[in-house]
Design a protein around this ligand. Structure first.
Ligand code: ZN
Length: 268
């Protein structure tokens, strides 16, 4: 029998059911990108900062990223479990950093806690936009280890607040090295997530490579004096910074784009 098909066979239009980006669980819940307590404490001001995301360094603009932006990608167990615990552990520290009434000298434990919170927030922030710079396995690894990847560095810098914008930026770029025969070779990708809350700029820069390793990072010279490294721990972190300059409005915006300017150095 020969059958003439007058219609195309129906193509499955249903996407695979989305599950928790960290653990694969269900049901999904709505999670604040920037935790509720922060916008309660700092006020629900609208954002004015350009927030971007990019793939291959093409800039994208987010129309709205406010303190109240939410995503729907995390299950109830993660949201109410380890993520809530991490928020709780970070809250007092961050509140003190926002108001700057006390001078804080971070021990390694505090650096690790704030680095984990920064990583978690960066991972949530990139979900606001459909283009992803950070791969899913980074989420799965973070869920397993509960610490930022060994291939990532995390910084904070102090920023001025005259106009007080919130915002963030996600970039991704190829990681090129010179091969033995002198030709450039792409060995992976580099991602950078920057976000600004109140008086603090947070930045995560990470590498995604076939062979896990920790490249040295040459931070762009112009921003070197501004940053303090939270992760890997081991460097002095004092808040408010004792002897470091504060990013002004323009520098804050340029700082959010900085990861694409970061040059990987020699591999360890
Ligand atoms: Zn989960």
């Amino acid at each position: 029998m020969h059958q003439v098909m007058t219609k195309r066979s129906p193509v499955a239009k249903l996407k695979p059911k989305r599950t928790c980006i960290f653990c694969g669980g269900l049901p999904l819940t709505t999670e604040d990108v920037i935790p509720t307590w922060i916008h309660r404490q700092l006020g629900r001001r609208p954002t004015t900062t350009v927030v971007g995301s990019s793939e291959r360094t093409v800039e994208r603009i987010y129309a709205n990223l406010a303190y109240t932006t939410k995503v729907n990608a995390v299950c109830a167990r993660c949201n109410n479990g380890w993520m809530a615990t991490l928020e709780g552990a970070t809250k007092i520290l961050l509140s003190r950093m926002f108001d700057e009434k006390l001078s804080l000298q971070f021990d390694d434990e505090s650096k690790r806690t704030l680095a984990c919170w920064t990583m978690k927030t960066a991972l949530m922030l990139q979900l606001v936009h459909p283009i992803r710079a950070i791969r899913q396995d980074v989420y799965a690894d973070f869920y397993k280890t509960r610490v930022p990847p060994r291939s990532a560095v995390i910084y904070i810098a102090r920023r001025r607040m005259e106009r007080n914008p919130t915002g963030g930026n996600v970039v991704s770029t190829d990681l090129n090295v010179t091969a033995a025969d002198g030709r450039p070779e792409t060995i992976g990708t580099l991602y950078g997530v920057t976000f600004l809350i109140q008086n603090i700029a947070f930045q995560v820069v990470g590498f995604q490579m076939a062979v896990p390793s920790q490249p040295n990072i040459e931070f762009p010279q112009e921003f070197q004096p501004f940053v303090q490294r939270l992760w890997p721990t081991g460097e002095r972190v004092i808040w408010p910074p004792l002897d470091q300059p504060t990013l002004d409005e323009k520098q804050s915006i340029r700082f959010t784009l900085a990861p694409s300017g970061i040059k990987p150095g020699t591999m360890i």
